[in-house]
Structure formats: structure tokens, C-alpha cells
Design a protein around this ligand. Structure first.
Ligand code: IMP
Ligand code: MG
Length: 178
């Protein structure tokens, strides 16, 4: 598995240190606010679990799953596969996502949750790939910016694989250019 990685971008130690920093920013902001954390499956699972253990305030944890159509005509169309089980009306929401790429997924989710009456919405993303942005959306909290390459590890996958790598790296092109 490690042989498929071209370059390690952020080691486990670097990721953990950055999570400490993000968590302390969130902990200052969210004291007594009782937010709902909305984790976007499956990519954000590892990030979410490691983050919430560092958050020192009362919260609820819930998750959604989404998929994007890629039929050539409707690029950027996103569909909800698994909905929340928490009522977020008048609740502050923190969306936790693995990476913002084109931005379509997060734009769709922000509009959905606004429509349900969320009191406020913050986006917390482990990674940001600004080179590929199509939708007008930015994260409020970002772990690291990444280059325009295919990234895996720490929850991010290629074809369902590599999510369990404890670091963030660039996947070798040879793995997907076959
Ligand atoms: P977006 O809607 O294009 O912003 O990206 C949505 C999803 O695509 C993310 O939540 C990831 O699951 C996936 N994704 C985007 N870029 C990468 C990558 O470099 N590696 C793995 N997954 C990615
Ligand atoms: Mg995702």
C-alpha cells in the first residue's frame, strides 16, 4: 500500500499537530453553543473522529453521505444518499469534510442545511485543493492546502482504498492511469 504513494505531503505527526490547532480555534468559538457536527461520509470519517476528541464543548455528531453525478452533462450535480437524523433547525452546524475540490459537494450541503434553518454553518475541511474550484465556496477552517494532484490517506480514498493510511500523500499516477 505504501509503495503506491508518490510523495508524503503531511506526516501523521504534522496532521495531528494541525488538528490540535484547528480544535483549539473551534473550542474558543463554540463554548456554550452546542453545535451539530455534520461529517461527510466516508472521506471525513477519520478526520472527524480525530477532531471531535479534541473539541472541548458539548456537541452532537451526525453524518450525511453524498454522491456526485459524473455523466458529462451535469458536472457538479450532487445527490444526498444518507440524510441526517438530527433536527438542525436553529442549531449551529459545523460541516466536517475531507477535501474541498470543485466545491460542488459543500455548496450543495450548505444550501441544504441553510434551507433547514441552521442557525449558522461553518465548514471545517482537512484539505483544500483551490486549483480545481468551480463553485463559489470556501472553508472557514482548513488543515492544509494541497496541489492539484490525486491525494489519498487519512480518510481519502482511491477506489475505496488507502483511507487507513495515517498520513496524507500523493497517489502515484501509475496506480490510476492504467
Ligand atoms: P468536490 O465536490 O469536487 O469539492 O469534492 C468532493 C469529494 O471528492 C470530496 O469529498 C472527496 O471525497 C473527493 N475528492 C476530491 N479530490 C480528491 C482527491 O484528491 N483524493 C480523494 N478524493 C477526492
Ligand atoms: Mg467526500
Amino acid at each position: 500500500m505504501n509503495n503506491d504513494i508518490e510523495q508524503v505531503l503531511f506526516s501523521q505527526q504534522q496532521v495531528e499537530q494541525r488538528l490540535d490547532e484547528l480544535a483549539s480555534e473551534l473550542t474558543s468559538k463554540y463554548q456554550d453553543q452546542f453545535p451539530v457536527i455534520v461529517s461527510v461520509m466516508t472521506g471525513a470519517a477519520v478526520f472527524t473522529v480525530d477532531m471531535i476528541k479534541r473539541l472541548n464543548f458539548k456537541l452532537n455528531l451526525d453524518y450525511v453521505d453524498v454522491s456526485s453525478y459524473a455523466d458529462g452533462t451535469q458536472s457538479g450535480k450532487v445527490r444526498l444518499i444518507k440524510d441526517l437524523s438530527t433536527d438542525i433547525k436553529d442549531r449551529p452546524v459545523i460541516i466536517m469534510e475531507d477535501i474541498i475540490d470543485t466545491g460542488h459537494t459543500l455548496k450543495f450541503l450548505v444550501e441544504l442545511l441553510k434551507g433547514r434553518g441552521a442557525k449558522s454553518i461553518d465548514i471545517c475541511a482537512l484539505l483544500d485543493k483551490p486549483a480545481r474550484r468551480e463553485a463559489k465556496i470556501e472553508a472557514d477552517y482548513v488543515g492544509f492546502k494541497v496541489p492539484n494532484e490525486f491525494i489519498v490517506g487519512y480518510g481519502l480514498d482511491y477506489s475505496g482504498i488507502y483511507r487507513n493510511l495515517p498520513y496524507v500523500g500523493i497517489l502515484k499516477r501509475a496506480v490510476y492511469e492504467k
